[in-house]
Design a protein around this ligand. Structure first.
Ligand SMILES: [Zn+2]
Ligand SMILES: [Zn+2]
Length: 162
């Protein structure tokens, strides 16, 4: 997803609008533990302001994750708008150093998606998860694991009578 900024940088244009359909890469998806992603819609523009360039980029799509507790599939709407200054040398974190006339938007997109992901991804706020003992999905069924666990002292007593 490369943006050719040569016309803006050479002063032939004051602004450049762009739009892309972008498929999130598998490598990135894996790094954030996603299992699937739609094609993302990316729109934005670069505007020249004196000797700096103002980048705005909006993205939207959805991504599929596994619930942190029960592993069922959870689809999240993923969208945000990003604003960055493109400068000759980076001074603070909102600025991006412009090393050539080509700007790759992928790292900007991926960084922003990562920053905005929820800390915990759940299918439902009250998801009960999976029983660590028998693997039952406790949202759909109740297992008897906790009930059948007999106190070892009682177990010894029970054996006395058999
Ligand atoms: Zn769940
Ligand atoms: Zn169980």
């Amino acid at each position: 997803m490369n943006l050719d900024l040569s016309k803006v940088i050479n002063g032939l244009q004051n602004q450049l609008e762009f739009s892309f359909d972008y498929q999130i890469s598998d490598a990135y998806l894996k790094s954030i533990k996603g299992v699937d992603a739609s094609v993302f819609k990316i729109v934005g523009e670069v505007r020249r302001i004196d000797d700096r360039y103002d980048l705005t980029l909006s993205y939207s799509g959805n991504m599929v994750f596994e619930c942190d507790r029960c592993l069922s599939k959870v689809t999240l709407d993923v969208e945000n708008s990003v604003e960055r200054l493109l400068v000759d040398s980076e001074e603070d974190q909102d600025e991006i150093p412009l090393k050539s006339t080509i700007l790759d938007l992928v790292p900007i997109l991926e960084e922003d998606i990562t920053l905005n992901l929820p800390v915990q991804i759940l299918c439902h706020p009250t998801c009960k998860g999976i029983c660590p003992n028998c693997g039952a999905d406790l949202n759909k069924e109740t297992c008897t694991c906790s009930e059948s666990k007999i106190d070892p002292r009682l177990e010894a007593l029970k054996n006395l009578f058999t």
